[in-house]
Design a protein around this ligand. Structure first.
Ligand code: BGC
Length: 761
């Protein structure tokens, strides 16, 4: 029963046309007319209904208010009091719920169906932090495209991704979900992911809405404790936190999600400065903002609203357009409008934004666009998607250390022993945020290695966790039971090489999973050191969702691979790298500390007045008594089975302020095999009158593949967007003066040039 009289949107609202500059205003006008034609038919309650999102029929995160039950939710859909659902998935379920909205509500406005498609839907790709380690934007975009393809086939039309929160604190569990510590890399990756999810045509059956989250500063919780408040200065806010969000908006992301945290004393969900002043006014965001789960209601415990009514009022007035699972808009907004505490125009603006996105998706043309059972069966777990997951997993692996060429392993005949509970775990490597994945469906490292060595000896060692790992429950780590260590030591004694798979359980990072320690959990360090006593030829394969502090391993273990949680194809990818069928090229998107006491640690820090030791033993400089200042493995670090040489860094001297600056460097593969290198360019604005600049900032990178002995010239173009920054009032500035430029294979890049910018008036 679609009672709205509108012509088909298809001819006008293809996003191709939508994004074409010349046609934009025409398309926008047509779209606005359609939106208004619907809006004019709606009662206040129906409008508010569009601003209400309910969780489906599973409790995934957060407390669900007890007062609402399924029956009530379905009743609300019939009344037109629901605009979107989350966690309703699968063609059968989505079709059934959509049918109620379309056929039984008065206006028949279709629902959106959201889901956390964070790194794959049913087929899991690597956790986002791992994907970021590839620095391969094409691959990341393709990974998001495949995730959208699989999710859309299951009825989903909106993902709550990408998470673009910068974080410098590995104690925070959600670093697994972002792209690390750097605003430039994170912005590029955000755009790649958005393009992958949304495609070039939102009306395509394979495109889903993306959502830039969590706006803003959720990645800066004090002391790394989940949901804790962020107190950050404007320099960090404008130059570090906001850029990936701005890039997301510029890339056409259709939705934003705000965050649980307070920012400088004001909860993000009710933060007018963030939502209205910056996002909607300054950046001109045209999509809509959804709250985080229950975050409108959380304004009460935050101490920002005394009750539900006040919470709904401040959230909506601040610019939160849709309420996810607080049930407060649907209960409070109509009265607030009637009492004059919320202006009708605020409601109309929010509803317009939401309806517009539904038109853009093509839901008014076909509400069942994502509900094709045959497509669901054909696409889910298809070869294309599995191959894509393997490709992304291979590209995400980082070789941290490889002494004495212990790797790659010899395919013929070395006696390799595999140790560690994670090595045979088919669940953990799927990582967190994998609600649609089938349990225990990841290829384990043991299975991967068995394809090369059918009789490989495997000794599990002690358990990592006790009991079953569950998404909503605390993980219980085995901290005491060392059963299995002596057997592992025995197995390792006569091996040529020992591969040890250690790290964190897949559900040890993610939401609600902060840690105060960054060491190997449980008794794994003890296992490692015991095995090392009898056999020093150890390849350590790390599986973890955050940077860990592993100084002992870095000092003693000859070869170390960072294999994160690589998803469904994890074991196949790791085995290919171990046996040399794939040459790793990943680089760290986040610094690995030596000690948790260094956190937050990040390469692009500011200097201090006393940055270096002036004379031996002198104490009054910026340092620790008991630890070095630098990271164990810094941002951008990652090795290869081949070697790369950098030479001949040149910078053109014809820089004028309206032009570009060319930076060139010669790269040679001087090793024995073909390989890929991420060439990285960093700048430092040495002196600034407005606000100090970081000691180094990434401003360009290029993934290059070279045959052995081949050389190539890499060229970067730097323009004003790379050399400027935001002052503490949020104004964009570029100043004359000296800039250092480094190019190399990590943030430790050694080749340096200095330029003098003089062209500014
Ligand atoms: C998370 C969001 C997520 C939402 C819906 C919240 O707890 O913070 O990132 O999208 O739940 O599952």
């Amino acid at each position: 029963m679609l009672v709205i009289s509108i012509t088909s949107c298809k001819d006008v609202i293809t996003s191709d046309a939508f994004y074409e500059k010349d046609a934009t205003h025409l398309v926008q006008d047509a779209l606005d007319k359609k939106v208004d034609s619907v809006l004019n038919l709606m009662t206040l309650e129906e409008k508010i209904g569009q601003m209400n999102q309910y969780n489906g029929f599973m409790d995934f995160t957060g407390p669900v208010p007890k007062s609402e039950d399924i029956k009530r939710k379905l009743e609300h859909i019939k009344l037109g009091y629901v605009g979107a659902m989350l966690n309703v998935r699968g063609v059968k379920e989505v079709r059934a719920v959509q049918k109620i909205a379309v056929e039984q509500s008065r206006l028949g406005i279709p629902l959106m169906f959201g889901f956390d498609v964070i790194h794959g839907y049913e087929t899991m790709s690597p956790i986002p932090l791992a994907e970021a380690a590839s620095w391969d934007l094409k691959a990341i975009q393709e990974s998001a495209r495949l995730a959208a393809k699989e999710a859309s086939a299951a009825g989903i039309n909106w993902t709550f991704a990408p998470m673009v929160d910068i974080s410098r604190d590995a104690r925070w569990g959600r670093v697994m979900e972002g792209a690390g510590e750097d605003p430039f890399l994170s912005s590029e990756i955000a755009v790649a992911r958005i393009q992958g999810f949304q495609g070039t045509d939102l009306t395509s059956q394979e495109s889903i809405l993306a959502c830039a989250k969590h706006f803003a500063a959720y990645g800066f919780p004090e002391a790394g404790r989940e949901y804790n408040n962020a107190d950050i200065g404007t320099s960090t806010l404008y130059n570090t936190v906001l850029p990936p969000f701005k890039a997301s908006n510029d890339a056409g992301v259709r939705t934003f999600m705000n965050s649980f945290n307070q920012l400088n004393g004001i909860p993000a969900t009710a933060n007018k400065f963030l939502l209205r002043d910056i996002l909607k006014e300054q950046w001109g965001f045209k999509g809509f903002v959804v709250s985080d789960w229950g975050s409108v209601a959380e304004l009460i415990p935050h101490g920002y609203a005394q009750d539900g009514k006040a919470a709904a009022k401040v959230a909506v007035n601040a610019g939160t357009d849709m309420d996810m699972e607080s049930h407060l808009y649907v209960h409070e907004l109509a009265n607030l409008v009637k009492e004059g505490l919320v202006d009708k125009s605020v409601i109309d603006d929010a509803v317009r934004r939401i309806l517009k996105v539904k038109f853009e998706l093509g839901l008014f043309d076909n509400p069942y666009k994502y509900c094709d059972l045959e497509r669901e069966n054909r696409v889910t777990g298809s070869k294309e998607i599995i191959d894509g997951a393997l490709d992304m997993a291979l590209k995400s692996i980082v070789l941290l250390k490889n002494e004495n060429q212990l790797l790659p392993l010899d395919k013929n005949g070395k006696n390799v022993v595999l140790i560690g509970a994670l090595a045979s775990d088919k669940n953990s490597a799927l990582g967190n945020w994998r609600a649609a994945a089938k349990e225990h469906t990841g290829i384990s490292i043991l299975e991967g290695m068995q394809q090369y060595d059918a009789d490989i000896v495997y000794s599990k060692g002690p358990e990592l966790i006790l009991g079953k790992a569950e998404f909503t429950k605390e993980i219980r780590i085995n901290n005491t039971d060392i059963t299995g260590i002596s057997e592992a030591v025995k197995a390792a004694k006569d091996a040529d090489i020992v591969v040890m798979v250690l790290g964190e359980h897949g559900l040890q990072s993610g939401e609600g999973r902060s840690r105060t320690q960054l060491t190997l959990p449980g008794v794994q360090q003890e296992l490692l050191e015991n095995v090392y006593e009898v056999n020093k030829n150890i390849v350590l394969v790390l599986q973890n969702g955050r940077p860990l502090a592993l100084p002992w391993a870095e000092e003693h273990i000859p070869s170390i691979i960072e294999a994160w949680q690589l998803g469904s194809q994890s074991g196949n990818a790791v085995a290919k790298v171990l046996y040399g069928d794939y040459n790793p090229s990943g680089k760290l998107p986040m610094s690995f500390p030596r000690n948790v006491g260094q956190v937050p640690i990040y390469y692009n820090s500011k200097s201090t007045g006393r940055p270096s030791l002036p004379s031996p033993d002198f104490v009054f400089w910026s340092h620790y008594q008991d630890e070095k200042n630098d990271a164990l493995w810094g941002f951008g670090h990652g090795l290869s089975y081949t070697a790369f040489e950098y030479a001949d860094l040149r910078v053109t001297d014809n820089f004028s302020f309206n032009g570009t600056l060319e930076v060139m460097v010669q790269l040679k593969n001087s090793g024995k095999v073909k390989g890929k290198e991420v060439v990285q360019l960093y700048i430092s604005d040495k002196f600034s009158s407005a606000a100090t600049r970081p000691v180094k900032e990434l401003k360009g990178f290029e993934l290059v593949e070279l045959e052995t002995n081949a050389s190539t010239c890499i060229k970067f173009l730097l323009d004003q967007s790379h050399l400027g920054f935001y002052d503490n009032e949020g104004n964009w500035l570029i100043e004359n003066g000296s800039f250092d430029i480094w190019v190399g294979g990590s943030s430790e890049a050694a080749l340096k040039a200095t330029i003098e910018l003089t062209a500014l008036e």
